[in-house]
Design a protein around this ligand. Structure first.
Ligand SMILES: Cc1ncc(COP(=O)(O)O)c(C=O)c1O
Length: 394
């Protein structure tokens, strides 16, 4: 490996959300934060260098996102994921969640139903409810091996003429699945039959572990392309969420025009000068960093698995195919969600996300972000192991 992720910069004296909100979220600063989905890993040097170079010019006025930035992302999507987007398909966004809100406003009316597959990243269901749309919950189910899969029969039963949109999380946060082509095709068939437009949130698509392969929903067929709005960004991939830049790809012109009506009304504009510089540098220069990062992340995940396996009757790590978010099944601890939270905060001194915040189906689970340096990961697993040992001494 050319990059080493043994250590990372201290974030305590920055405004890092992960650290700053500890008191508010966990009632104490005395927890190691492994919650919000950014990494305690230094952003690639090539990105930081590009931004520093831009700052050598003394004027930071309004700028257009240059074509070269979107072309870099288009090239990346083609090479990495085999999907061909054109320059005119691409729109700048400062946030995937904001793009989702535009989509909801543009393609549904108050009272319409929107499909969400829980447990899922909370803004999926909050966005629906905040727009006074009805949540059509199509929970994922677990097969006999514990693997999460779509429940197509449940989906077919629940869809009616008021169902307008499906918010797809692909790869899925928090369950870590990379949806197979056949699974996505089943979803596509249902959506085509019922004229449902798909918002495919593919923000985690570059953080996929071999041999899994991300399949962009829009790449399934021409029909899929025509009903899909794809959200993609560099924020998760290269740990640069603070640059607030992603994009939406909408190849179908009628869909794009409809989306643009709301998009223009709320004025997305062109974002920050530094963002598009960072975005382009990441897509053109940071691939070697990403390849090494994924090896490191898998090592961290293995460390976590080893500890959990010692207490396998208490805590189980859901097998992971993508993302740096471990979905821990803690039902074997026989604790209420409140007790579970208390155990992690007070006994393990770790700040995780409660499974319940991803929907009722997350009850008994906790989400742990393992995108941290090796040194910090060692600290996390030691704290967890000690707490498990004290509680459930073998
Ligand atoms: C599935 C998913 N979508 C979107 C986001 C947030 O994207 P943004 O910061 O661009 O709104 C996250 C962040 O954790 C996420 O996990």
């Amino acid at each position: 490996m050319n990059y080493n992720f043994l250590e990372s910069a201290c974030r305590k004296d920055t405004n890092a959300e992960k650290y700053t909100l500890r008191e508010e979220l966990f009632g104490t600063d005395d927890v190691f934060p492994v919650w919000v989905a950014d990494m305690d890993i230094d952003t690639p040097d090539v990105v930081l260098e590009a931004v520093k170079r831009r700052l050598e010019h003394p004027i930071v006025g309004y700028e257009e996102v240059p074509k070269s930035a979107f072309l870099a992302q288009i090239e990346w999507m083609k090479d990495e994921h085999g999907v061909a987007f054109a320059l005119e398909d691409m729109l700048y966004s400062h946030s995937v969640v904001a793009s989702m809100s535009v989509m909801i406003e543009a393609f549904s009316e108050v009272g319409d139903k929107i499909i969400v597959q829980t447990p899922v990243y909370p803004p999926f269901f909050h966005s629906v409810l905040e727009h006074d749309r009805e949540l059509l919950k199509n929970p994922l189910k677990q097969d006999t091996t514990g693997k999460y899969v779509f429940d197509i029969e449940d989906l077919k039963l629940k869809i009616d003429s008021k169902t307008k949109l499906l918010l797809l999380c692909s790869p899925h946060n928090p369950v870590g699945r990379v949806w197979r082509k056949e699974e996505l095709e089943e979803i596509l068939e249902v959506c085509l039959e019922h004229n449902i437009v798909v918002f495919s949130d593919e923000i985690h698509s570059d953080l996929v572990y071999k041999p899994n392969k991300h399949i962009p929903f829009a790449s399934l067929s021409d029909e899929a392309r025509d009903i899909t709005i794809t959200a993609i960004g560099a924020g998760k991939t290269f740990n640069m969420a603070g640059f607030s830049m992603s994009s939406v790809a909408i190849p179908n012109q009628a869909l794009r025009d409809r989306f643009l009506k709301v998009y223009k009304r709320v004025h997305f504009a062109q974002g920050s000068v530094l963002s598009h510089v960072a975005f382009e540098a990441a897509y053109t220069e940071a691939k070697p960093w990403l390849e090494d990062l994924k090896i490191h992340l898998m090592q961290n995940f293995t460390m976590l698995k080893v500890v959990c396996e010692k207490y396998s009757e208490r805590i189980k790590v859901t097998p992971i195919e993508a993302t740096y978010l471990a979905w821990l099944d803690c039902k074997g601890m026989n604790m209420s969600n409140k007790e579970l939270r208390k155990f992690f905060i007070q006994d393990a001194k770790l700040g995780l996300n409660s499974g319940l915040s991803f929907g009722r189906e997350g009850s008994g689970f906790m989400r742990l972000n393992f995108a941290i340096s090796s040194a910090k990961m060692l600290q996390v697993v030691n704290q967890l192991e000690n707490a498990l040992e004290n509680k459930f001494r073998k």
